[in-house]
Design a protein around this ligand. Structure first.
Ligand code: PEP
Ligand code: MG
Length: 588
């Protein structure tokens, strides 16, 4: 059978998008087009009647939303269900409702026009905020607007849909997503929306595979035709060939096979057959994922990408706001720990408009930015410290490349501690401070850096790009982005050896940790913990439980002698065969 790479590179019928919820489905497409709502601006004569209609429509909309909220609470946890509670609150917003009523009285036109106009104003403000999170919230509000207007026009909700189809739509509101899931929808494909769109978040929590941000799937896919949705890699195949159907059916079968017995690892430790414990931790990218983390069997959060808060809010939250965010995180995770990484701003992430850089990846990124913008850094450090009194927070610094950056950061952290002590604010005085090792200079200096900090976390996503001089997002040089390159393997070894001299624990939180093929090698190289996407944790635990550290170490040592990535990869594959471990690579 062809490999995944071959299937993908040869496919002319694939639509790329964002892998929003993992899983594979093959099924009938249901093209969901929303009924265009015509809005009348006709004059009215009876104002009382219009206001009565408005109140009835609001009451009906509220009833519908309460029902949806109820379903949400049954199907999802409280945080997710809260999306719908927030919608209900908009319906109760006195300022909005008063403005609408006053305008009806003054302008004497159909309430639907005023409702549309007022809610659109809300949306416009959100859209021009230029932030993906706010833009997506604007989409959500569209649902409330259309709901009220439809109820004003006394129209029924969209026609009945078939059960068990893959819904393909330009956008999906949270309510759509939830209602379709009631019809046992197999998957979701949307032209718009990103990872943080509520449709994506809801799909993940309902375990329905989804690909979002496909741009033009609704124009390409025909209603009622078979499609394939690959929610692991973010592809949709229209008019799939028999070969593609066979490939993905095989994958589905394998997935079912692989998932058997997996659940039992939730409460098990990741421990090699000769007793070496590995902490398997979760990477957290979207704030709503905490529930998934808790149920994933993770030993803690190894990487909390705090810059995602900025992406979601579109601005820097103040100290109080940040303290609330981190405290909530810490208490939700307690007694497990969370490693909060200070804002990794720059590169391809949240960028500060003040800086125009020709080479952002080599520019003011991570700790460099924070030390340049000390007030922001201090605000975040104070907030993290204030949230640390449960003693389960660790603070991690991104993109460190010199020892001086560690010294300056530690000085700032100490000063923040002093201020808090003076103000009699409690915090964890022994909070652990660690650094990301993701720049070659940090890797070279590992031993010296290890004496300065409490832990290391190797960020292979960046480390590989900087070691190999390949942009991690550039398709043209993707072949050179090799995680099994001898350069990468030897560098990881060098970092671990340096850290060991000071008993500094080393974790690895790049995507490499989630590549199940890499796990025996990483354990053999001496890593103490691996941090990955929650979906991979149980697979990782199972693999770690199926070999001995002694053998993995010997295999890793052999790999350190190889000169090509091919030799290393082949040796690892042989290790899987020798130890009769099922390979899960390319399945998840
Ligand atoms: C990394 O570089 O490996 C890492 C985990 O950080 P990020 O992907 O957030 O840059
Ligand atoms: Mg990084």
């Amino acid at each position: 059978m062809k490999s995944f790479k071959e299937i993908i590179s040869q496919a002319q019928n694939k639509i790329p998008g964002i892998a929003a919820a993992p899983g594979i489905v093959i099924g009938k497409a249901y093209l969901f087009t929303k009924e265009k709502i015509e809005i009348s601006k006709a004059p009215i004569t009876d104002i009382d009647e219009a206001i009565k209609n408005l109140n009835e429509a609001l009451a009906q909309s509220k009833k519908e939303l309460q029902k949806i909220f109820q379903i949400a609470k049954e199907k999802m946890d409280d945080t997710r269900a809260g999306i719908f509670e927030a919608h209900l609150m908009i319906l109760d917003d006195p300022v909005l409702l008063n403005t609408i009523i006053e305008r009806i009285k003054k302008e004497k036109v159909q309430p639907e026009f005023i409702v549309a106009d007022e809610i659109s104003k809300y949306q416009e403000l959100m859209i021009i905020s230029n932030e993906s999170y706010m833009k997506e919230r604007a989409q959500d509000i569209e649902d409330i607007k259309n709901r009220i207007i439809r109820n004003l026009q006394k129209k029924r909700l969209h026609s009945k849909i078939e059960d068990g189809v893959i819904v393909v739509s330009e956008t999906l509101t949270p309510a759509d997503t939830l209602l379709f899931s009631k019809h046992n929808s197999l998957g979701f494909v949307t032209d718009h929306g990103g990872l943080t769109s509520h449709a994506a978040i809801i799909s993940r929590s309902l375990n329905i595979p989804a690909v979002v941000g496909t741009h033009n799937a609704t124009q390409i896919i025909e209603d009622g035709r078979i499609i394939i949705v690959d929610g692991f890699h973010g592809y949709v195949f229209y008019e799939p060939t028999q070969e593609q159907i066979n490939f993905y059916s095989e994958k589905q079968k394998r997935l079912v096979e692989l998932q058997k017995g997996l659940e039992e690892y939730k409460d098990k430790e990741a421990i090699t057959s000769d007793g070496k414990k590995i902490s398997v931790e979760a990477n957290v990218d979207v704030s709503g994922e905490i529930d998934i983390v808790i149920s994933s069997g993770a030993n803690g959060i190894g990487l909390y990408r705090s810059e995602q808060i900025l992406d979601e809010l579109g601005e820097f939250p103040n100290e109080e706001e940040q303290t609330t965010i981190y405290s909530k995180l810490a208490s939700r995770m307690y007694p497990l720990f969370c490693t909060i990484r200070a804002f990794d701003i720059g590169g391809d992430k949240f960028r500060f408009q003040d800086y125009k850089e020709p080479n952002p990846f080599l520019g003011l990124r991570g700790i460099r930015f924070l030390l340049e913008n000390e007030t922001l850094f201090r605000t975040q450090v104070r907030a993290i410290l204030r949230a640390s009194n449960h003693k389960n927070i660790r603070l991690m610094l991104p993109m460190v490349s010199t020892i001086d950056e560690i010294w300056r950061s530690k000085k700032i952290i100490d000063e923040c501690k002093k201020e808090l002590r003076k103000d009699k604010i409690e915090f964890d005085n022994k909070i652990k401070i660690g650094i990301m090792i993701e720049v070659p200079s940090a890797a070279v200096m590992a031993k010296d850096f290890a004496s300065e900090v409490d832990f290391f976390s190797i960020g292979t996503n960046d480390l590989i790009q900087y070691l190999m001089a390949v942009d991690r997002g550039n398709d043209l040089v993707a072949d050179l982005y090799q995680e099994f390159s001898p350069v990468v393997v030897r560098t990881i070894h060098h970092i671990v050896q340096g850290a060991k001299e000071f008993n500094t624990p080393v974790s690895l939180c790049g995507e490499m940790a989630a590549d199940t093929l890499a796990i025996p090698l990483l354990v053999g190289l001496g890593l103490d913990s691996l941090s990955m996407s929650p979906a991979t944790i149980l697979y990782a635990k199972r693999i770690i439980n199926s070999f001995s550290y002694k053998k993995a170490k010997a295999m890793a040592e052999e790999c350190l002698t190889f000169k090509t990535q091919h030799e290393i990869e082949e040796r690892i594959k042989k290790f899987f065969e020798e130890n009769k471990i099922t390979r899960t690579r390319n399945i998840i």
